[in-house]
Design a protein around this ligand. Sequence first.
Ligand code: 5GP
Length: 114
Amino acid sequence: MSETIFHKIIRREIPATIECESETLIVIRDINPQAPFHCLIIPKKIIRSIQDIAEDDAELLLEMVQAASSLAKKYAFEKDGYRLVINCEEWGGQTVFQLHMHMLAGAQLSGGFA
Ligand code: 5GP
């Protein structure tokens, strides 16, 4: 298990725009946004990818989805909708090897997946 740039952001060693934070999660704005609203919902616990989640991480995954839902309420994306994406390992497009969920919103997104 190794640390990533996201852990440095959690420890405030690297600056980021922090949207919200709890004991278990941090939500930051993506440095290279792919939509008008692009956040990363990141668990603080070191977890490399979705392949590394354990049974006792179930609550954490729920918290990640709940964070997206409450951001959608805060920014009024509920009705128009938004996209949640988790890239897994190289072929899935993961570049930072700490589990995180992208939340993209604020415009009509393309229908493509690849
Ligand atoms: P992945 O490709 O692993 O699914 O997503 C990693 C995301 O992290 C990318 O969208 C990238 O723009 C974002 N990212 C990489 N480094 C930083 C950083 O230092 N700060 C912020 N806020 N986002 C970053």
